[in-house]
Design a binder for this molecule. Structure first.
Ligand code: COA
Length: 248
């Protein structure tokens, strides 16, 4: 039940071209309805996880074609944020090698991120005369504190996987040779949970972040009620019975 989605332009260090954005939209759309996928791992083939937006094809290549630019920008936002952060199953970014600029958004959109200790992260936009757009800055705000975010946005300095874990950009950093094994261990924990409960719990977290306290309290109560009706395993009743009656 684990599906690996691999960015696969290794010669260009998985820089995100308009074509890659369109393909990722299609892939995530198909997988969101795939009954066999219960955990999605987002990885990258080759030396890099993702070298950010493709400077040649995404930026320069669409310079004289506003329609192509709009299409690429929309697809870029759609898979990296909308589709990934609201994906109906658990998601894990498994990051090795380089992760630059626009590559931060999908890392942050995933529920979890595990990095190789020697991975290289960088908000390099400042060195290209641009700011971290495409909602990179907004996603950075969601997980990094102000001091770290401003430091890396304004200096463009790179940092490794250990630092990414220390500042909360990823959950943990492990030696590169353990990266896939550790990611699979996390999948095992997730796969042992009631899938309906897991789905509701993760979406509830994401949505209630944007709500005020009153709306959130009401929403979470309603969501729990909905879960009780929708859960084919009847997990809540089962858990109560096992603990209170069967004492198992
Ligand atoms: N856009 C377009 N092409 C890119 C790219 C990007 N973001 N990143 C790498 N590539 C291409 C290179 O142009 C090169 O193409 P070529 O073989 O046709 O010359 C190929 O990928 C390999 O890159 P190279 O620099 O030789 O590999 P490396 O392993 O020595 O270094 C990086 C890898 C990622 C450190 C380096 O390519 C880099 O700094 N890329 C830009 C990263 C960045 O700042 N992205 C944010 C943009 S806002």
């Amino acid at each position: 039940p684990i599906t690996f989605v691999m960015l696969n332009r290794p010669e260009q260090r998985n820089a995100m071209s308009p074509g890659l954005h369109a393909d990722m939209c299609d892939a995530l759309e198909a997988l969101s309805a795939d009954a066999e996928t219960r955990v999605l791992i987002l990885g990258g083939h080759g030396k890099a996880w993702c070298a950010g937006q493709d400077l040649k094809l995404y930026f320069r290549g669409t310079e004289d074609d506003p329609r192509a630019r709009v299409r690429a920008r929309r697809a870029a936002h759609e898979w990296r944020w909308n589709k990934l952060s609201r994906f109906p199953k658990a998601t894990i970014a498994m990051v090795h090698g380089y992760c630059f600029g626009g590559g931060f958004t999908p890392v942050i959109a995933c529920d979890f991120a595990i990095a190789a200790e020697d991975a290289t992260f960088g908000l390099s936009e400042v060195n290209w005369g641009i700011i971290p757009g495409g909602n990179v800055t907004r996603s950075v705000v969601a997980v990094m504190n102000q001091r770290d975010a401003m430091y890396y946005i304004m200096t463009g300095e790179t940092f490794d996987g250990r630092e990414a874990a220390a500042i909360g950009l990823v959950n943990e950093a492990v030696p590169k040779e353990r990266l896939e094994a550790r990611t699979r261990e996390l999948c095992k924990v997730l796969l042992a949970k009631n899938p309906t409960t897991l789905r509701y719990a993760r979406l509830a977290y994401k949505y209630c972040r944007e709500m005020n306290w009153e709306e959130s309290a009401d929403y979470l109560t309603a969501k729990n009620d909905q879960l009780m009706l929708r859960d084919p395993e009847r997990g809540r009743e089962k858990g109560m019975r096992q603990f209170l009656d069967d004492k198992t």
